[in-house]
Write a protein that binds this ligand. Structure first.
Ligand code: PGA
Length: 247
């Protein structure tokens, strides 16, 4: 399987930030992993235009579960595809917290993404209180079970494990904790999608940066990263891409 370095720009970036994309593309013409950036929706088509012919894919950060209709301010999966996206992040903890995204809603959105021809990056993760209570695997298992759309395959689904307490905090789980969750996810996934689980990319996300990327990418069952803050600068994200390419 080809590993995946995915960047999530969140609510950051204007057209001036596309200079970072040009620098990234120039520095990594043929990386040894897939390279994806998910900018705000306002930048998808401009970024996709810059990425044409380059080894960079572009994704959205969320989509609606419906194909079209009276949903002011929302975007459908087909609209993201039309703008030049190939992937969409779904169930990010910030969406779950800010917009009440249940796992059932994530499943509906992921189904819509697959139906439109997008690859769904489904995010899962425990809060700090859940980890302290020893509930990490139970929480993640329940999120996985409830979030997966019917018909998901290794080619259409990516899972991102993102402990909520590690996002944007500079804190990361221990390497043993990451390994425990990723091997649990691989096994649980095979109960859900059978042989497809072996080839499904399992990303780690939460305070990944150039200085910790290599040790995380060396872990079994870590097939890449979902990167927030460190994806905004070409030099930082490029260093993470290089570390994943070398893993
Ligand atoms: P971070 O964000 O890398 O800034 O911690 C990760 C994410 O939210 O995907």
């Amino acid at each position: 399987m080809k590993k995946l370095a995915a960047g999530n720009w969140k609510m950051n970036g204007s057209t001036a930030a596309l200079a970072e994309v040009e620098a990234l593309i120039a520095a990594h013409p043929a990386p040894g992993c897939e390279m994806l950036l998910c900018p705000p929706a306002t930048l998808i088509s401009a970024m996709a235009a810059r990425a044409t012919g380059a080894a960079l894919k572009v994704g959205g950060q969320d989509c609606h579960a419906k194909a079209s209709g009276a949903h002011t301010g929302d975007l459908s999966a087909a609209m993201l595809l039309d703008a030049g996206a190939s992937h969409v992040i779904l169930g990010h903890s910030e969406r779950r917290a800010d917009h009440g995204g249940s796992s059932e809603l994530v499943r509906a959105k992921a189904g819509a993404a697959l139906a439109a021809g997008l690859i769904a990056i489904v995010c899962l993760g425990e809060t700090e209180a859940e980890r302290d209570a020893g509930a990490t695997l139970a929480v993640i298992g329940a999120q996985l079970d409830a979030s997966l759309p019917a018909g998901a395959t290794a080619a259409t689904l990516v899972i991102a494990y993102e402990p909520v307490w590690a996002i944007g905090t500079g804190r990361t789980p221990t390497l043993d904790q990451i390994t425990e969750v990723h091997s649990f996810l691989r096994a649980r996934l095979s109960g859900l999608i059978g042989a497809e689980a072996a080839g499904t990319r399992l990303l780690y996300g939460g305070s990944v940066k150039p200085s910790n990327a290599a040790e995380i990418f060396a872990l079994a069952d870590v097939d890449g990263a979902l990167v927030g803050g460190a994806s905004l600068k070409a030099a930082d994200f490029g260093a993470i891409v290089a570390a994943l390419s070398a893993a």
